[in-house]
Design a protein around this ligand. Structure first.
Ligand code: ADP
Ligand code: ASP
Ligand code: MG
Length: 412
């Protein structure tokens, strides 16, 4: 007997028929004698609709009320999943975030989970109950519902798996594992058998939405065994493995390049020709970070006479207007030329083998040059290289790079 957390994403609970199929999988694991917590997303499309409702009432909506609205999709699927399980003779009970409670901070819209008390769940497990949790939501210390950022049900599932010390967290989705890149863009992308937390964290942070990046971060910190698998295949997680996300030392193969991620949800902000004085970068980035805006790539140039400088950086597109406002309100930038460009894309090549292999960046730049794609900004770390390019070349760049690194070839 094992303790498992099973998470079903939006397409896996998109309608009653799919909820029934997901319930069949849960039943199979239950009948095999496992202790189960099931985490569900909203039916696919529902959260987008709820977000659109908020924007249609007001573009300046209060983030706490946004959370009240957008968290509601998961309530429906949690209840339906519990009914579907009860119909199969399984003692299941639905739980909202506030009922467990999933305690999280009050950064509404992108809240982080702080703690999950488990005594009540343990008691229920002893009574043979299956817990069905509405993903994506928690409760703040101010007693308000908060949501965990788009794709946040993955994080609900991993956090629960960590709190319950589950043997595995199975993420059921509409692809049968993690691929070398999004298989919707590159049809001959290859399924990866095992990937390290570090690589998956980079891929997820850089745009591979198959897992929310915070879920990978949490899995890495708590050593949760994470598996991504298809809800459309007949097998269950205990039978047919999907892709396992695990510790680097468990992985035999350490490919130089494991995958390619891309994101079109980016905006480039340039502050042109501001006086170059010590502390200018701190003065600019401090208020940006206080506004909870995450910056990824940064470039600073100096003019020929060394008196002025230009700073360019990249923020999530959804935060671009807010970042522009924060900068516009700064005294030191009151006469500055601030430009925001959002028809950009970030393309990233990720692999732990890069630590010990040279030439990966060179190949990336050469491949893009051969396709006549101009690179705007570059950022690199030990295990990734990212470039910012014009959005219209996203697919061309991803396909060319996938080929250049021979990622379609089967793993040795
Ligand atoms: P869910 O609704 O189950 O949470 P998501 O839509 O959030 O599912 O994530 C699954 C999708 O992630 C896939 O349909 C696929 O298009 C996309 N994706 C992006 N990058 C990758 C990748 N490297 N491997 C697999 N899927 C990827
Ligand atoms: N329903 C939420 C979303 O669409 C959370 C999730 O699906 O993980 O972002
Ligand atoms: Mg998702």
């Amino acid at each position: 007997m094992a303790r498992l957390v099973l998470k079903f994403g939006g397409t896996s609970v998109a309608d009653i028929d799919r909820i029934e199929r997901a319930a069949d999988k849960v039943a199979k694991e239950y009948n095999a004698g496992h202790e189960l917590a099931v985490v569900v997303s909203a039916m696919s499309g529902v959260t987008n609709q709820l977000v659109a409702y908020c924007s249609s009432v007001s573009t300046m909506y209060d983030a706490r009320e946004y959370d009240t609205v957008v968290s509601s999709g998961e309530q429906i699927t949690a209840g339906l999943m519990a009914i579907a399980l009860q119909k199969r003779g399984i003692p299941a009970r639905s739980w909202m975030g506030w009922q467990i409670p999933i305690i999280c901070d009050d950064i509404h819209g992108k809240s982080r989970i702080i703690e999950i008390p488990t005594e009540e769940i343990e008691t229920r497990f002893k009574g043979d109950e299956v817990l069905v949790l509405a993903g994506f939501q928690g409760i703040t210390s101010k007693n308000r519902i908060a949501t965990l950022g788009r794709g946040g049900s993955d994080t609900s599932a991993v956090a629960l798996a960590a709190a319950l010390k589950a043997e595995r967290c199975d993420i059921y989705t509409d692809v049968n594992g993690i691929y070398t890149t999004d298989p919707r863009i590159v049809p001959d992308a290859r399924r990866i058998k095992q990937i390290s937390y570090e690589e998956m964290l980079e891929l997820a942070s850089l745009g591979a939405k198959v897992l929310q990046n915070r879920s990978v971060e949490m899995a890495m910190k708590n050593n949760v065994s994470l598996q991504v698998l298809s809800s459309f295949e007949d097998s269950i997680g205990s039978e047919l493995p999907g892709t396992l996300v695990t510790k680097e030392e468990n992985i035999m193969e350490k490919p130089v390049v494991s995958g390619i991620a891309f994101s079109q949800n980016e905006a480039k902000i340039s502050i042109i020709d501001i006086p170059d004085s010590p502390g200018i970068a701190a003065k600019i980035f401090e208020p940006i970070s206080k506004a909870n805006i995450i910056i990824d790539m940064i470039v600073q140039d100096i003019s020929e006479d060394g008196k002025v400088t230009s700073i360019t950086f990249v923020v999530p597109q959804d935060d671009a207007a807010k970042a522009g406002k924060v900068l516009g309100d700064l005294d030191i930038l009151k006469d500055a030329d601030i430009r925001i460009k959002d028809d950009v894309a970030k393309i990233s090549v990720v692999g732990i083998g890069m630590r010990t292999h040279a030439g990966v960046a060179e190949k990336m730049f050469k491949t893009l040059a051969e396709k006549n794609i101009n690179i705007d900004v570059i950022a690199a770390s030990e295990i990734k290289i990212s470039v910012l390019i014009s959005q219209e070349y996203t697919e061309l760049a991803v396909r060319a790079l996938h080929k250049a690194y021979h990622l379609e070839e089967p793993e040795a």
